[in-house]
Design a protein around this ligand. Structure first.
Ligand SMILES: N[C@@H](CCC[C@H](N)C(=O)O)C(=O)O
Length: 266
């Protein structure tokens, strides 16, 4: 059987998108591993399924490159907004998206060609924000834990370009304080409204950007008084604008880009 898919990225965080209304998939864990491989598959950070929902307009399921299912993905939520509008699955510019961490609201920003230029996502209220002591043998002695529906550990560093993500990422992802593993963000503060961030993602390793990670970074930066409540998070693949607003919700704004459509045999 042949499945049509779309490759998209949000600030360089690239996923394979399948519309399960047309192509139901019953083994997404396996397909995410197989298709994400760069040399023998399509190549991606994981697989995203666009599904029907009985609680919202649509539902997202997100699988990391190792096949594990995540509760939320910021970059994929923006890409789904673009996909739904441009494929004619909705004509709404405010879309409710069900995820494993609740319903998120996507607000689409259209350009004069009636395509989606960028998307603002109401990412909800960050929870479980606290300082953690990491113990001996790690690159930093402490960090800030933040849940954006999925778990994050934010470490502030002085020289971000010196961090060897592939060496320090795996041990932190599997730190005993996080039995379900954790996404790790390394952050260098540039000004009180701009930071540089690099990420080691749970289940996918080094990625060019992480939307929930950018939100966690903004929260940790404000929580520790390094930044105000609005900040630009500059990642390897692009920049996201994050606001921790008066209603305590996090609003994430950034690009969504289609790369190509393809077909693959299963
Ligand atoms: N890239 C994502 C997050 C994807 C899931 C994450 N690796 C996890 O396991 O929690 C984003 O843009 O938020």
């Amino acid at each position: 059987m042949e499945i049509e898919f779309t490759k998209m990225h949000g600030a360089g965080n690239d996923y394979i998108y399948v519309n399960t209304l047309r192509y139901p998939i019953d083994n997404p864990e396996e397909l995410s591993v197989e298709w994400s491989r760069y040399h023998t598959g399509i190549g991606s950070d994981g697989l995203v399924l666009i599904c029907p929902s009985d609680q919202a307009d649509f539902k997202m399921r997100i699988f990391n490159a190792d096949g594990s299912e995540a509760r939320m993905c910021g970059n994929a939520s923006r890409c789904i907004g673009k996909y739904l509008y441009e494929e004619g699955l909705t004509n709404k510019t405010d879309i409710q998206l069900e995820t494993l961490s609740g319903i998120k609201i996507l607000h689409l920003h259209l350009n004069d060609k009636n395509t989606v230029e960028s998307v603002t996502v109401d990412m909800g209220i960050p929870t479980d924000i606290h300082e953690v002591a990491l113990g001996e043998g790690y690159i930093a002695s402490k960090g800030i834990a933040v849940s954006m529906g999925n778990p994050h550990l934010v470490l502030f560093v002085d020289e971000i370009n010196k961090i060897k993500l592939e060496e320090v990422g795996p041990a932190l992802e599997h730190h005993p304080l996080f039995p379900d593993r954790v996404n790790v963000e390394f952050v260098q503060v540039l000004t009180d409204s701009k930071v540089r961030m690099r990420v080691w993602e749970r289940g996918s390793g080094i990625t060019q950007a992480c939307g929930t990670g950018a939100c966690a970074t903004a929260v940790a930066s404000a929580f520790t008084d390094r930044c105000g409540r609005k900040s630009s998070i500059v990642m390897d693949g692009g920049t996201l604008e994050i606001e921790w607003a008066g209603d305590n919700h996090i609003y994430m704004t950034g690009p969504a880009t289609k790369v190509f459509d393809g077909k693959i045999e299963i």
